[in-house]
Ligand binder design. Structure first.
Ligand SMILES: *[C@@H]1O[C@H](CO)[C@@H](O)[C@H](O)[C@H]1NC(C)=O
Ligand SMILES: *[C@@H]1O[C@H](CO)[C@@H](O)[C@H](O)[C@H]1NC(C)=O
Ligand SMILES: *[C@@H]1O[C@H](CO)[C@@H](O)[C@H](O)[C@H]1NC(C)=O
Ligand SMILES: *[C@@H]1O[C@H](CO)[C@@H](O)[C@H](O)[C@H]1NC(C)=O
Ligand SMILES: *[C@@H]1O[C@H](CO)[C@@H](O)[C@H](O)[C@H]1NC(C)=O
Length: 344
């Protein structure tokens, strides 16, 4: 299936190449770095006793001092006081952190939804981290990745670091989530991870968006750059000019499969703490997104996004072989997708 490379997800910090510098300068910098490493290492050796204070002890003390009387007892398993290895939480060390995961599918509004969440001062959602295959090779790599995110050690443009109150990322159902569900369910239950399901009701509109995005990946309509999401009406209109021709023999099986994936995932994760959202509901009712803040127990605030919707017209204007598609869907369970509108 299609894989979005999420805009927020720029991997670990501090790995930017030094390509701005000429070679000589780079060599000098490298030499300096090596010398400092040797120096620091020698100091570490001398202070072995100091370095070996067990981490466990520190953690217990921290938990003991961070008691929050205002948190209801049933919520206690949901809060955490992470101690990132890469920095100190300083004055926010006792700000409780809640863990979440947005479980969704490609082209279902999760990119837009995530920018809304990230506009909240207390929320960090780190993008589509499992779009990188190595991280989802097996349950061990998945858990190592989750640990890093939830310990606030994941570095992306969405990180709010020491004062984050809710931390998460978005996870597409076809990115190892269903294959490894047993281990993941156990992790979610043990660590108190809350699931935010985000689906799109109209699977035909979703399919148009999948095809158009895949077309742009090849053709790069915006001055030679592929964009999965855009920030201006002008760019959106350019992308919307392309009208996909839909293979009607594949359409119904694909939509059936997508709808089965949705219900299977809901069933599998039914015993975890979760909320189910639909893209269309969020579009039509802007206060609906406050349900998510309540769910995450974060203060209600106005949320904003710069994303601009690409396909805004009736579907007949966005599909090249509209007659064929509408004939194929008439009388099926998917017929209602033909005439739903965005009304805006
Ligand atoms: C999981 O995958 C990683 C990286 O692909 C590999 O190094 C490791 O041995 C695998 N672990 C298991 C238990 O299969
Ligand atoms: C939200 O962030 C502000 C500023 O960092 C902080 O004072 C407040 O305690 C945070 N609230 C929650 C619920 O995390
Ligand atoms: C493409 O580049 C030109 C010149 O830089 C600019 O005027 C135009 O707006 C760009 N078009 C898009 C769709 O970004
Ligand atoms: C989830 O569990 C509830 C309560 O046990 C049940 O009513 C509901 O049908 C279940 N939903 C799914 C999708 O399995
Ligand atoms: C909009 O969403 C809010 C929060 O879920 C709900 O209380 C309200 O009834 C909804 N409004 C409409 C018109 O559906």
């Amino acid at each position: 299936m299609v894989e979005d490379s999420a805009a927020v997800n720029k991997d670990a910090c501090g790995t930017k190449p030094l390509k701005k510098y000429p070679d000589v300068l780079r060599n000098v910098v490298l030499a300096l770095v090596m010398i400092s490493c040797v120096y620091i290492f020698s100091i570490c050796l001398n202070q072995k006793g100091f370095m070996m204070i067990p981490n466990m002890m520190k953690m217990e003390v921290m938990d003991e001092t961070c008691r929050y009387p205002s948190i209801s007892p049933s919520d206690l398993p949901l809060i955490h006081f992470p101690q990132p290895t890469t920095y100190s939480r300083n004055e926010c060390a006792c700000t409780p952190v809640r863990y979440f995961a947005i479980l969704s599918m490609q082209r279902s509004g999760s990119g837009w939804f995530e920018t809304l969440l990230n506009s909240h001062i207390n929320i960090s959602s780190n993008g589509e981290i499992f779009s990188v295959k190595d991280r989802r090779s097996n349950i061990s790599t998945i858990i190592a990745t989750l640990d890093k995110v939830y310990n606030l050690d994941w570095c992306s443009s969405a990180s709010k670091n020491e004062c984050t109150g809710a931390v998460g990322f978005k996870w597409m159902l076809n990115q190892g989530l269903i294959q490894n569900y047993e281990g993941i369910l156990e992790y979610f239950k043990n660590r108190g991870v809350s699931s935010i399901f985000l689906f799109r009701r109209n699977l035909l509109r979703r399919w148009v968006s999948v095809l158009a995005n895949s077309h742009d990946r090849n053709v790069k309509q915006l001055n030679g750059t592929h964009k999965a999401h855009v920030h201006s009406r002008h760019e959106a209109d350019i992308l919307a000019i392309y009208k996909p021709t839909i293979d009607v023999r594949k359409l119904i099986p694909d939509m059936s499969q997508t709808s089965k994936l949705t219900s299977d995932s809901l069933q599998l994760f039914n015993n975890t703490r979760h909320i189910v959202l639909y893209y269309e509901d969020l579009i039509h009712n802007r206060t609906k997104v406050m349900d998510v803040l309540d769910f995450l127990r974060m203060p209600r605030r106005q949320l904003t996004s710069r994303h601009v919707k690409i396909h805004t017209k009736p579907l007949s204007d966005h599909i090249e072989n509209w007659d064929m598609v509408s004939k194929a869907l008439k009388g099926t369970e998917f017929e209602s997708f033909l005439d739903s509108d965005y009304g805006k």
